[in-house]
Write a protein that binds this ligand. Structure first.
Ligand code: PGA
Length: 256
């Protein structure tokens, strides 16, 4: 069984000292608790990345991710960070297409596609987030909507590149709200995502693809989401900011 991927997305939280302490506590916890079924990745704000990458260098099970990057490798883009810069400090993953970036920073599918190309070019792994707003689900149009997001941001990629990324289904209405889809709804959506990949690429690739769920996961509901066949892990926002809660999440997944 491949390990479940657990991503802690800290968003815009934690001062340098707070983030350093939290990362240290998590690293110590993981080092003293054998968790063969889980791979944990921390996605702190940029200011933490280098310090945490040094802390992580001795860890087998913990990885580092960034929450964003620019699509150019360098240039006059004040305030931005490139994928090549992230690659230079042992970042392994980069989130792309998160609904907060789509909503607050007007990032569209085409821009996201360019970011994915840059991330892959630098040898990093994109975590492509997709998800519908409530209105779309209420109209029953969620599958077409997700298909559109996948088509516009991923379909230019070769099968080889598709295999390097993870697809995170994160319904916008579930992010930070405490509302979650039912396990059946998540199962149906991951089936749909695999069907879309199967039609566009092939069934083997679709079967092997890494599909995650994200949106209001916590220590009470996480075991249900990761037990869904075809769900390879989760993205955790709010619940990853508190050490005890995060440890409870990991504990509820450590089935061996
Ligand atoms: P949440 O965020 O767990 O706070 O809902 C998830 C995410 O944004 O990835």
């Amino acid at each position: 069984m491949k390990p479940k991927f657990i991503a802690a997305n800290w968003k815009m939280h934690k001062t340098f000292v707070e983030g350093y302490e939290l990362a240290k506590e998590i690293i110590e916890h993981v080092a003293t608790h054998y968790m063969p079924d889980i791979e944990v990745a921390l996605f702190p704000p940029f200011i933490h990345l280098q310090a945490i990458s040094k802390l992580l260098s001795c860890s087998q099970q913990l990885y580092l991710g960034a929450q964003n990057c620019h699509y150019e490798m360098d240039g006059p883009f004040t305030g931005e960070v490139s994928a090549s810069m992230l690659a230079s400090i042992d970042v392994k993953y980069v989130l792309v297409g998160h609904s907060e970036r789509r909503h607050y920073f007007s990032e569209g599918n085409e821009l996201i596609a360019k970011k994915i190309d840059a991330i892959l070019k630098c040898g990093l792994q994109p975590i492509f987030c997709c998800g519908e707003v409530l209105e779309v689900r209420e109209k029953g149009q969620q599958y077409d909507f997700i298909k559109g997001q996948l088509a516009q941001s991923l379909f230019h990629l070769t099968p080889h590149h598709i295999q390097q990324l993870k697809i995170a289904y994160e319904p916008v209405w579930a992010i930070g709200t405490g509302m979650t889809p039912s396990l059946v709804e998540v199962k149906d959506m991951q089936n749909e995502i695999r069907d879309i990949l199967s039609v566009q690429y092939n069934s083997q690739l679709a079967e092997k693809a890494s599909v995650l769920y994200g949106g209001s996961c916590n220590s009470k509901n996480i075991a249900g989401f990761v037990s869904i066949p075809g769900i390879d892990g989760t993205l955790i926002g709010g619940a990853s900011l508190d050490f005890r809660e995060f440890v409870n999440i990991l504990g509820s997944l450590n089935i061996n």
